[in-house]
Write a protein that binds this ligand. Sequence first.
Ligand SMILES: Nc1ncnc2c1ncn2[C@@H]1O[C@H](COP(=O)(O)OP(=O)(O)OP(=O)(O)O)[C@@H](O)[C@H]1O
Ligand SMILES: [Mg+2]
Length: 357
Amino acid sequence: MRGFETLCSDEQDEKSPEFERIVGKSPALEAVLEQVERVAPTDSTVLIQGETGTGKELIAQAVHNVSRRYGRPYVKLNCAAIPFDLLESELFGHERGAFTGAIAQKIGRFEMAHTGTLFLDEIGDIPLPLQPKLLRVLQEQEFERLGSGRTHRVDVRLVAATHQDLAQMVKRNEFRGDLYYRLNVFPIMLPPLRNRREDIALLVSHFVETFSRRMNKRISNIPKETLDAFTSYSWPGNVRELQNLVERAVIQSDNGVLANPLPPLDSSLIRANEVAVDSVILPSVQEGTLRDSERALILKALHASGWIVGGLRGAAAQLGLKRTTLIAKMKKLGISRPGPISNAGQFGEDENKGLAL
Ligand SMILES: Nc1ncnc2c1ncn2[C@@H]1O[C@H](COP(=O)(O)OP(=O)(O)OP(=O)(O)O)[C@@H](O)[C@H]1O
Ligand SMILES: [Mg+2]
């Protein structure tokens, strides 16, 4: 049986706070949770990677909660938050007088986590000179406090996380290859929210419930346009950004209706020189030519589908067109997916660039 649950808001169980809620039912998230279940009972090192706000810390906690170490210490350290020269003593501890300012003995995080789990967040920020000592404790489970020759043995399971690409850092000699391979025993890659849009509605209702309860407000209606705006937004800050926007929306809401904190369209999706945001709203026959109307209709469908052209939920299906017909029309009308690269989405040789077909 799974030790954590994937929940939607109406399934919340206030009696099991030990399992922080991981909301979502997308196949991509399910695959991650299966990996957690598989690796948790072992003592293997887990390396969690993913963009900011994707839930790395939540997953690290889940690994501990589902493991046999649950109930033992769970110690966290964000390697990016500790000044370079204090990190070694933070990890391994020091004896009194080990360095200027070491007025008392200090126990390090490895010792604190003995018999439990140590979560090292932002592991990519561990300075190179400290990496051999970390490798040793992972391999031998032993280390010395600063200023002491006495070797300590610990039984610690390590879970590490980073938003950086460690393999690339190894190539650039910014991270030791031997430590990377030792950490990468069981990698878990968290998918960005834009690749699991199925989870967005569940997350929205989960956070609406959380914040409305906290603010003592009753929200009974999430309008379709608001949900559409949430579903088609690109979420560069992933679940954290969504959480913060829902909080803002709940603050702005009146009469039980969730306000839309996003502009009607994610304007970053529309190239400034391509079409004004307003023109995506279908113009009336009097206002525009047939070509304008066709263009607006296509853009509206593309926006609604998150720029997916083919497939059951793609823009072509919405418009009742064949995928190839829609692509031909897009070419004719000069419609291409907006992107950060100046030429992104230009048709021609680069026909498929930036489009999910
Ligand atoms: N699937 C999820 N269900 C519910 N809440 C989630 C989910 N994923 C993330 N969150 C929430 O989103 C916020 C960000 O998650 P978390 O801190 O784990 O992200 P992160 O990947 O560690 O980000 P960063 O790289 O910026 O540290 C947290 O408040 C977390 O509880
Ligand atoms: Mg984090």
